[in-house]
Design a binder for this molecule. Structure first.
Ligand code: SF4
Ligand code: MG
Length: 334
């Protein structure tokens, strides 16, 4: 498999009146061609900022302070605006939580889709409209010809999200970043959108970075996961590592707050108490220490990243000498 994206030591901060908000700190991960990576964490954990950095969309008051982003062998930081125009929306595309912010409310769906298709594929007007109909059909929108003549507000939230996915896919991107694509939708529609993403994955070689606060969503679609907290990667692993060989108390907390998952329905739903750290004055040491039920004195120092297995690692002192959190806590291995 081809290494499509490498993010190495990414650090992004935002200037605020109170000081520097250290939104993303030393984040590293990779995405291979065709795979689906889940980027999981609560709001404010740095997921969206990480995605924006990958897309070259961090701008003032945000600033990328250090790190390297390599897309298909090229250093993204060296891309000119001209180069970005051939990459963004073309080789990398993004779908957002609220499609209304990405769609123009006063232009018909067909016009907006055709515009994108023409810009990236150089098709004529009629061919672009025909392609738009095909794409809407592909993402499961009934009566696509009629939809092209409608304005965004005439479509349901789920329909709009399908339109956004269709537009993102119109250029067969190598990387699709979906930032909370189902969060604003009700549960039934959420499931349909996830099914759609799964189906599209089976039909194309597009790699997907799926950003979500919901590990349940990840379990349905992803192969690998990074779990972020306080701007840092707490745990990285396969979906099975994360669910069955959990290596971090924060991941465990996310699992326990999932209905019918993690504890295989045995445990009660337990929300993680407390609030995320203030990233203007981040705690030295482990970012999770104020909410962690296992915090100890040495957690005031930043733990090293412990390797628990191939591609599985955790940033937690408890993993010193252990391969899973369950072992560290004396709850027995898997
Ligand atoms: Fe909890 Fe300490 Fe591990 Fe952080 S390093 S997750 S505070 S046990
Ligand atoms: Mg976000």
């Amino acid at each position: 498999t081809k290494r499509l994206l490498t993010v190495d030591g990414l650090t992004v901060s935002f200037h605020t009146r109170e000081g520097q908000n250290q939104a993303v700190r030393n984040v590293s991960f990779h995405i291979d061609a065709g795979e689906t990576l889940g980027i999981v964490g609560e709001s404010g954990s740095g997921k969206s900022v990480t995605a924006k950095a990958v897309m070259g969309l961090v701008s003032a008051p945000g600033e990328m302070l250090s790190g390297e982003i390599i897309f298909d062998g090229d250093r993204v930081l060296e891309f000119s605006e001209k180069k970005w125009r051939t990459v963004r929306g073309n080789r990398m595309a993004m779908v957002f939580q609220d499609p209304m912010t990405a769609l123009n409310p006063v232009k018909k769906i067909g016009f907006q889709m055709a515009e994108v298709i023409r810009r990236h594929r150089g098709l004529g007007k009629e061919a672009a409209f025909r392609e738009a109909v095909e794409l809407l059909r592909k993402v499961g929108i009934p009566e696509p010809e009629r939809r092209l003549n409608q304005y965004p507000h005439e479509l349901s939230g789920g329909m709009r999200q399908r339109v956004m996915i269709a537009m993102a896919l119109s250029c067969s991107p190598e990387l699709l970043i979906a930032d909370e694509p189902t969060t604003a939708l009700d549960v039934t529609i959420q499931a349909q959108i996830l099914d759609l993403i799964k189906e599209l994955k089976e039909q194309s070689d597009t790699a997907v970075a799926l950003i979500t606060h919901d590990l349940g969503v990840v379990a349905q679609v992803c192969t690998r996961v990074i779990v972020m907290y306080g701007g840092m990667v707490m745990e990285e692993g396969t979906v099975d590592d994360i669910f069955y060989r959990t290596g971090h108390p924060y991941t465990q907390g996310l699992l326990r707050s999932l209905p019918g998952q993690g504890g295989a329905g045995r445990q009660r739903l337990v929300p993680i108490e407390g609030t995320p750290p203030d990233l203007i004055h981040p705690p030295s040491g482990c970012p999770f220490q104020e909410r962690c039920p296992h915090a100890m004195a040495k957690c005031s120092e930043l733990p090293p990243r412990y390797v628990l297995g191939q591609g599985h690692s955790s940033l937690c002192w408890l993993l010193d000498e252990h391969r899973t959190l369950a072992q560290a806590l004396g709850e027995g291995g898997p």
